[in-house]
Design a protein around this ligand. Sequence first.
Ligand code: ADP
Ligand code: MG
Length: 259
Amino acid sequence: MIRVAIANQKGGVGKTTTAINLATALAATGWRVLLVDLDPQGNASTGLGIAQADRTASTYDVLIGEATLTDAAIATRVPRLDIVPATVDLSGAEIELVDYEQRTHRLERAFAEAEHRWDIVLIDCPPSLGLLTINAMVAARALLVPLQCEFFALEGLSQLLQTVERIRERFNPDLSILGVALTMFDRRNRLTDQVADDVRACLGSAVFKTVIPRNVRLSEAPSHGMPALIYDIRCAGSEAYMALARELIGRLPKPAEAA
Ligand code: ADP
Ligand code: MG
């Protein structure tokens, strides 16, 4: 099982949209996929149509040791895609976990029981570098960083990379940056073009070739409780996420290395 954290401490850069649609694209290729919703806002859970009433066990319960991942995971409407949903309880976790032993390794430990249940796990992080995101980075083998094509895209990235470096040194030497995904690209806007060029100049091959366009279908789909890949499989956003999934598969550590 390969674990990928989707992180950027900025809000609104496309983490959740990427998590939902990549997870769906990967499930469509035949992989058994788990999405872990680690954001107290629960947007990934809502965007996959999981009603509050159905969130009987959540990531919060997993983190505090009240539920196993296997117990907390529920099937989505997408074949082979399960989710561990988030509830508002999770908003207290940053503070509550401080008192727990091994507070940075709660999620990592929860995976032990579920090692062979899924082929890949995507972790949708909250917009902060707090304890929840640290738990994701400790538990993950690789990091995917969505970056919005806007003027301040690179701002904050050095802080993110510093955090990754610290996690590597202290807890998880194997953590790698799988790639940076440019999101909300608008080819009619010369500024986003310029930003994309600057980011590539700065980060080089770390940036995925696939660029996610700004696409209204991607933003509409969650209100229908479904991934864009089901809502409108032919829209430009869906096609881009399928291409990103193919590129991501090519970059994943080989299973033997990942063991
Ligand atoms: P994050 O999880 O980083 O906060 P989201 O994925 O929730 O970001 O995206 C923020 C908002 O932008 C949401 O309303 C989402 O629907 C919208 N959005 C994300 N990606 C795109 C895109 N490529 N085109 C259009 N809207 C998008
Ligand atoms: Mg989000």
